[in-house]
Design a protein around this ligand. Structure first.
Ligand code: HEM
Length: 337
């Protein structure tokens, strides 16, 4: 339980750090400490004002995240967890080291677009690893059963598409291609001509394909009566991708106003998190019975004994779903029908 709670707190802090990183870039504060790392303007603690305050806060949150990740790693190593969890914690530490080095390279090399974009993508993989650890750190691990392989493959395909969309978005931002085309047309009509237009249009096009894919999977999940937990997650992803597209339009229409740009990253990261979590969820079994209006979840543990957990039926609506998914680790799981 300790691992699960710590993993969950680390997920929240990672999310905050990613979104704050977007604010650092949007406010053009990335060089607020000068081209230096680990020092900031030649000092351990610099004069905290303007860009320096913003960049230093980002580094400070990163340092706290580093400590939390190291603690999580040592707790997992010491607590004789299942082999997969042990491996995942090693991958997490490796990602942390890569991310620290990339962060340093970003400032030493004066924010090259490719490295800043890779820095964001490693942060996403780090978040995915944490979500995996969080979901797998149950006191009673669920037994894997045969599930439709197709569902899992579809979620993997969504993740891949989302990953490329995120990368193109980050590259668009850091190369300042955001206004290369309007939300609909480029300078010479619908077809992009210049490299900047191709990247920006590629980002919008992939976002459209991604949204249609997620909507279609959500529709299928209801039509073919997939597990309710999966339906909830796909519904959450649909709402987030819809919100993300609207915010994408607003980002362009507002000539890349900071608040819309940061919200765009916040929604994109939340979308990535919910799809990752759905992927982990889809690989486990969960059987549910109802008793007197309450949902009773039957979990099969390693010894094949059934344990019961109960919880109120969740009322699914917009963001309550998203909050529910993230806060459910403190109560029971929520694959209710
Ligand atoms: C639906 C999936 C979408 C995802 C996952 C996504 C993701 C992202 C990400 C991660 C960034 C970089 C943000 C940062 O590093 O701070 C970005 C930038 C951007 N996105 Fe999207 N996006 C999506 C849809 C759209 C759509 C539909 C549009 C336009 C109609 C759009 C327009 C933009 C623009 C203009 C930027 C650059 C913003 C800037 O310069 O600050 N995006 N996107």
């Amino acid at each position: 339980m300790k691992v699960k709670r710590l993993a969950f707190s680390t997920i929240i802090l990672t999310y905050i750090l990613i979104v704050f990183g977007g604010y650092v870039a949007s406010s053009e504060s990335g060089m607020g400490c000068g081209p230096e790392w680990p020092l900031c303007n030649g000092l351990v603690i610099p004069v905290l004002e303007g860009d320096t305050l913003i960049e230093f806060t980002h580094r400070a949150i990163g340092a706290v995240l580093g400590v939390m990740t190291a603690i999580l790693y040592f707790i997992i190593q010491k607590s004789n967890q299942v082999r997969e969890l042990d491996k995942a914690s090693k991958v997490l530490m490796l990602l942390l080291i890569i991310q620290i080095l990339l962060g340093a390279a970003v400032v030493w090399l004066d924010l090259p677009a490719v490295i800043v974009s890779v820095h964001l993508m490693v942060a996403m993989v780090f978040l995915a690893a944490l979500i995996w650890i969080w979901r797998r750190a149950d006191e009673q691990p669920w037994v894997k059963t045969r599930r439709e392989q197709g569902v899992q493959n579809n979620i993997k395909a969504v993740l891949l598409l989302l990953f490329v969309t995120l990368f193109l978005g980050a590259y668009t931002k850091h190369e300042s291609f955001g206004l290369a085309c309007s939300w609909l047309e480029c300078t010479n009509g619908f077809m992009p001509v210049f490299f900047s237009e191709m990247i920006q249009t590629g980002h919008r096009l992939l976002a459209g394909v991604l949204a249609l894919y997620i909507f279609f999977l959500t529709y299928l999940s209801f039509k073919n009566r997939w597990e309710a937990g999966l339906q909830n997650r796909l519904m959450g992803a649909s709402l987030l991708v819809l919100g993300q597209i609207i915010i994408g339009f607003l980002t362009i229409i507002s000539y890349i106003e900071i608040s819309w740009a940061v919200l765009h990253l916040a929604f994109g990261t939340a979308l990535f998190a919910i799809v990752c979590e759905a992927g982990v969820f889809a690989s486990y079994s969960c059987r549910v019975k109802r008793m007197g209006g309450r949902a009773v979840i039957l979990i099969t543990d390693n010894n094949n004994t059934q344990k019961r957990q109960s919880g109120d039926m969740p009322f699914l609506f917009c963001f309550s779903l998203f909050l529910q998914i993230f806060f459910s680790n403190f109560t029971s799981d929520f694959c209710v029908s």
